[in-house]
Design a protein around this ligand. Structure first.
Ligand SMILES: C[S@@+](CC[C@H](N)C(=O)[O-])C[C@H]1O[C@@H](n2cnc3c(N)ncnc32)[C@H](O)[C@@H]1O
Length: 428
């Protein structure tokens, strides 16, 4: 294993092959499934944006940046999202100079530090890991249940006694919940390795950024959940085999493939002039207006259900912050989660009205996505009238039947059918 990661002579050639293969498979961007993503609608939204003024586009609620990806390099792209992970995704895709390393280069740069860090963490969790390894061999549900109870008891003891000083956030916080014990230790060991490699200048700041984004992407793939972190699944007779399959996956292996699987948009010269913000759009846009920022189009895709994004993606934010939060509740939520007014029925109309007014003050055109059954529509807020108050001309440029991805959030089905309206409001 170590040998293949240190066989530097062959690395460059293989990295080139990997990149070619990726390109031939059409593997651009980031491709992370996300609640409310506009990936399927992005080509249509991008057509509407093409009809607006020329110049920089601000995607004010960029999520996983599917619209920016679809617009591509025809304009400079500025992204913004309040969530830490989403903002890092935007920076990696649209601003970072360096592309992500290949799987082999990634392994080569990090394996030794990862292994050392992992060994340090295995020691305090040795007894729980042994119990977990035994659990993963279960052949029947009664066997699984008995063994799972033992893992849980041992894990509580090991966690309470854990005194390691090196990175141990995931092992101490999420073991046995969204992730298995070995998987959580891997997450800490990978983060420890990325930080060490960055501080020793073995990898660039951009490569470290790709490493963290790739780790978030890999964590989403192996998590014992339905694709988010609102809560983890409690194993039952009906799903314990899936649980076992997920728990057996190696996070290290997922991570190195995940990093190599992503590509930035455009070339470094173009990316240098893009921007990635992490802020509340309701503060950022007035700030851009006050400072007369050179933005020509604002794309707004605010949340439109009562699902708070911070409840669904808090583990990814904790990964970015790595700040050992005191977690609580069914999903082990961080205490300082952002509450967006766009997802509060009573506040959503006022928030949308403020957003529209703030956008108009920048002098930019506004492209707004909102479905006919969104929260503000339930409060009889008239979007078109609000747009007309502040913009010179307003049209519903497209109306598209769309499957909103909820991942079975609070609404039951994993995808719900909505009629998405795409408004184009021109300022001049
Ligand atoms: C519907 S999603 C955007 C999806 C995105 N267009 C895509 O295709 O991936 C809404 C996004 O807005 C972010 N958000 C919610 N309230 C915000 C606020 N006040 N300011 C900035 N971002 C916010 C959420 O974190 C979420 O990523």
């Amino acid at each position: 294993m170590i040998r293949s990661f240190t066989a530097r002579a062959t690395l460059a050639g293989r990295a080139v092959c990997e990149k070619r293969l990726k390109r031939s498979l059409g593997g651009m961007g980031i491709n992370i499934t996300y609640m409310g993503t506009k990936r399927a609608l992005a080509p249509v939204v991008s057509e509407v944006i093409a009809d607006a003024q020329g110049g920089a586009l601000l995607d004010a609620f960029s999520g996983m940046c599917s619209v920016g990806e679809a617009v591509g390099t025809v304009r400079q792209i500025w992204n913004n999202d309040i969530q830490y992970f989403a903002s890092k995704v935007a920076r990696a895709l649209f601003v970072a100079c360096d592309p992500p390393p290949s799987a082999l280069a990634c392994g080569d740069a990090h394996y030794v530090a990862y292994k050392a860090q992992k060994d340090r963490l295995i020691s305090p969790f040795r007894a729980s890991i042994k119990a977990e390894d035994y659990l993963l061999q279960s052949q029947s549900y009664p066997e699984f249940e008995r063994r799972a109870a033992r893992v849980s008891e041992q894990l509580s003891r090991d966690t309470a006694a854990c005194r390691v000083r090196s990175a141990h956030l995931f092992a101490a916080t999420y073991s046995g919940t969204f992730f298995g014990i070995r998987q959580a230790i891997d997450a800490d060991a990978i983060m420890g390795a990325i930080r060490l490699a960055e501080s020793d200048k073995k990898v660039s700041r951009d490569e470290a950024l790709w490493g963290v984004v790739g780790l978030g992407r890999a964590l989403l793939k192996i998590a014992n959940s339905t694709g988010h972190f609102a809560q983890y699944l409690k194993p039952k007779e009906t799903n314990y085999r899936r649980y076992l399959t997920l728990r057996r996956r190696s996070l290290w292996a997922e991570w190195i493939t995940s990093v190599a699987d992503m590509s930035p948009i455009g070339d470094p010269m173009w990316r240098r002039k893009n921007k990635a913000f992490r802020g509340d759009a309701l503060n950022l846009i007035p700030h851009l207006a006050r400072t007369k920022a050179d933005v020509a189009v604002i794309y707004a895709d605010p949340p439109y259900t009562d699902d708070q994004y911070s409840r669904f993606y808090h583990v990814l934010d904790t990964l970015c912050l790595y700040d050992y939060p005191q977690v609580t509740g069914a999903g082990l939520y961080r205490p300082d989660r952002f509450t967006t007014p766009f997802s509060l029925k009573a506040q959503a109309p006022k928030a949308l009205a403020s957003l529209i007014r703030a956008c108009s003050r920048t002098g930019a055109d506004l492209v707004l996505s909102y479905p006919t059954n969104g929260l503000v529509k339930q409060k009889q807020f008239d979007i078109e009238a609000a747009l007309r108050t502040h913009f010179r001309s307003v049209e519903v440029a497209r109306s598209v039947q769309h499957k909103h991805s909820t991942f079975g959030a609070s609404k039951g089905p994993a995808r719900s059918e909505v009629l998405e309206l795409i408004y184009l409001a021109r300022s001049a």
